[in-house]
Design a binder for this molecule. Structure first.
Ligand code: PMT
Length: 221
């Protein structure tokens, strides 16, 4: 079918899940991402005939059918896995919730407690999407934005700052949307100024609609 033909043979790289940033052998900083949104996108893209690689942070979800899965833990590992595959990728969809900061020092041994408080110095991780945006050679780059306020303004800023083609914004405070649950509502902002909304639905259906919305951008590839 013409509908799926554009996806055939396309190399699609999807990221999903949280990252974990270690402070010692038993403790880490992370976030509430379950991986559901990214796994749904990977599954739907594979069902359309794309060659899908899913780079995923720690998640308890089963591996989607027909997808090559690359498991990573830290933001740096995700960076390496994504950037090393970028040259051979047609479409990147970044649904992962990547840590923006990691502990500056990782202790080799478990930290001992004392009665006093402690301070943990955090340093920035490298922004994967921004790197991809600056190294673009025709790839279609789709980012996500998880926002709790000024969604539209912040999402649009990210398009320009990271040289994206599309950004999918979800509210993390709206009921039924964002982290962990089985449903999501998305607003897509395109670099050309177009917008599209995907009202609250299952993450699988939202993934399907997202792929349909970005499909016209594949025509030029
Ligand atoms: O996994 P689920 O439980 O299903 O939840 C889905 C989700 C809410 C995690 C997902 O829909 C989502 O919004 N993912 C992006 C979350 C996020 O980290 O947004 P952000 O606004 O902080 O980051 C913007 C974009 O930059 C994201 O595409 C992110 O992957 C990327 N990024 C961020 C930091 C970094 N160091 N490198 C990046 O590439």
């Amino acid at each position: 079918r013409r509908e799926n033909k554009l996806w055939h043979g396309k190399n699609v790289l999807v990221t999903a899940g949280p990252t974990q940033e270690e402070i010692d052998p038993v403790r880490f900083f992370s976030n509430r991402s379950s991986g559901k949104m990214g796994y749904a996108i990977a599954e739907m893209a594979a069902a359309r005939g794309a060659n899908v690689t899913l780079v995923t942070g720690p998640s308890s979800l089963p591996q989607p059918h027909g997808v090559q899965v690359v498991s990573v833990r830290t933001a740096q590992e995700m960076y390496d896995a994504v950037v090393s595959r970028y040259a051979h990728t047609n479409v990147v969809i970044k649904a992962a919730a990547v840590a923006d900061y990691r502990p500056k020092h990782t202790f080799t041994n478990k930290m001992k407690k004392s009665d006093g408080n402690i301070e943990v110095e955090m340093e920035r991780t490298t922004d994967i999407l921004k790197t991809l945006g600056s190294q673009k050679t025709g790839q279609l780059l789709v980012g996500f934005a998880a926002e709790s306020e000024n969604i539209e303004e912040n999402a649009k800023k990210k398009i320009a700052a990271k040289n994206l083609d599309v950004i999918a914004a979800n509210s993390v405070t709206e009921a039924g949307s964002g982290f962990q649950g089985d449903t999501n509502a998305l607003t897509l902002y395109f670099a050309n100024g177009n917008e599209a909304s995907i009202p609250l639905t299952t993450k699988k259906d939202a993934a399907s609609q997202l792929l349909d919305h970005i499909k016209p951008l594949l025509e030029g590839q």
